[in-house]
Design a protein around this ligand. Structure first.
Ligand SMILES: NC(=O)C1=CN([C@@H]2O[C@H](COP(=O)(O)OP(=O)(O)OC[C@H]3O[C@@H](n4cnc5c(N)ncnc54)[C@H](OP(=O)(O)O)[C@@H]3O)[C@@H](O)[C@H]2O)C=CC1
Ligand SMILES: O=C1CO[C@H](CO)[C@@H](O)[C@@H]1O
Length: 396
């Protein structure tokens, strides 16, 4: 059995542990690291973890440990990854990989130089409905993907360090834009190079330096656009939605509010409703199995299958570094108010390959712009003359 160490006893350390224990039925966290012996003991007792330590070096060097899971605040990722790689252990790191692309790239180099297995824990490309959507998109059911819109908004994070710009590396973009960017990149095709970004971001509500709102557009080399929308001041819970628009189809995913379970209670509920839920009475949107719905279960199954079978998981540190580079350009764009190029000193995907407009030949002189069935039962064809550019219509 694979020996697993969990570094961190916070929100994500608990979610990851629940997912690991419930997922493939053969995974178990063997060792937990916390700064405090009391917290470590409490975590170990809640989640039935056999051993704990307050020494990070001891955790990663433990001979019974094969895989180290980094579930620590953003400013501690690099240090933990370097320690795990130095100990020759496989390392799985939560999002964002780094606080910027330079940090992300150093982490990628550290695991590559050490020759250890690495996985980027981007859960939101693994929810069951996202995996099903990705399969359809990859099979071509939606045609060519033109535009992906991904939104994550909630009233704000649950711990102090998120609000400290230096520790977190930024605000809502680094915290949640990273999810939206990787979701869009997955639907558009991870081999397609992201070229430039234009982004607005501002601090509208919280008394902090970091942005609590942002909207950005990432332009890919094939013309596709990945749009992200993030807020740390949205009221009403956690709104997690994705939309994919292709030349032949559309996909809408709603992950959290309005997922199919809606409950009303006139009384104050005593039950936990869902992550970042703001209501415990009236209309509520509980989630049946949070760790599955958020993708953690499938994510760890992919990571551990890949580790045991000796191949790469769907998300590696390389993906985390690309996402970091897109976020760096987003922050530059907020300052310059212009499209900013995405700097990718390391790129594994396709080379320059601008996709031209789709040809929709109608007859020898025309392309079809649009076809629509009208209320009178007739069909209107809107055509463009390929020689003159003239637009005309025919009614059939
Ligand atoms: N969907 C996702 O993939 C999510 C990912 N995350 C990511 O997980 C990481 C941790 O976030 P989260 O678990 O929510 O954060 P929390 O604040 O809930 O927990 C962080 C944990 O890290 C440990 N820690 C160790 N050193 C420090 C330190 N110097 N300062 C603060 N904490 C420390 C603490 O455990 P102890 O006190 O026992 O030492 C603490 O419980 C972040 O990178 C975040 O972006 C977070 C939420 C969701
Ligand atoms: O998706 C998420 C929910 O909120 C958390 C706190 O802002 C994020 O860190 C996390 O990635």
């Amino acid at each position: 059995m694979t020996g697993i160490a969990m570094l961190g006893t916070g929100l994500i350390g608990s979610c990851y542990t629940q997912a690991l224990h419930g997922g493939r039925s053969r995974d178990h966290v063997d060792l937990v690291y916390s700064r405090s012996a009391e917290k470590a003991a409490a975590f170990a007792s809640t989640w039935n973890v056999a051993r704990s330590t307050t020494n990070l070096a001891e955790a990663v060097n433990d001979p019974g440990i094969d895989v180290v899971v980094v579930a620590l605040p953003n400013d501690l990722h690099e240090q933990a990854v370097t320690a795990a790689a130095g100990a020759g252990k496989a390392v799985l790191c939560t999002k964002p990989l780094g606080r910027n692309a330079a940090e992300g790239l150093r982490m990628l180099r550290a695991v590559e130089d050490a020759g250890v297995f690495h996985g980027y824990l981007e859960d939101l490309v693994y929810p069951p409905k996202t995996l099903k959507g990705l399969q359809s998109v990859q099979a071509g059911d939606l045609g060519r993907v033109l535009w992906v819109r991904s939104r994550e908004t909630h009233p704000g994070p649950h711990s102090d360090w998120f609000f400290d710009r230096a520790r977190a590396g930024g605000g809502a973009i680094i915290d949640m834009g990273c999810h939206c960017i990787e979701i869009a990149r997955s639907f558009i095709g991870k081999e397609v190079r992201p070229v430039e970004v234009v982004c607005w971001g501002d601090t509208q509500v919280h008394p902090i330096e970091s942005e609590d709102h942002a909207v950005g557009m990432v332009r890919y080399e094939n013309g596709a656009i990945g749009q992200f929308e993030v807020s740390w001041a949205f009221r009403g819970g956690m709104d997690l939605r994705d939309e994919v628009a292709g030349t032949e189809g559309t996909l809408w995913l709603n992950h959290w509010l309005r997922t199919g379970m809606e409950m009303y209670s006139a009384k104050e509920s005593t039950q936990y409703v869902a992550e970042k839920s703001e209501s415990s009475r009236g209309w509520m949107f509980p989630v049946g199995d949070e760790v599955a719905a958020l993708g953690y279960t499938n994510m760890f199954a992919d990571m551990l299958d890949a580790f045991e079978q000796g191949h790469e998981p769907a998300e590696t540190f390389y993906d985390g570094y690309v996402v970091n580079a897109i976020m760096d350009a987003s922050y530059r764009s907020i300052d310059t108010k212009r499209w900013e190029p995405i700097d990718l000193p390391l790129w594994h995907g396709q080379g320059a390959n601008e996709t031209s407009r789709l040809s929709r030949a109608f007859d020898k002189d025309h392309e079809l712009v649009k076809r629509e069935r009208m209320p009178d039962g007739k069909t209107k064809l809107i055509l463009r003359n390929t020689l003159t550019g003239e637009i005309s219509q025919r009614v059939q």
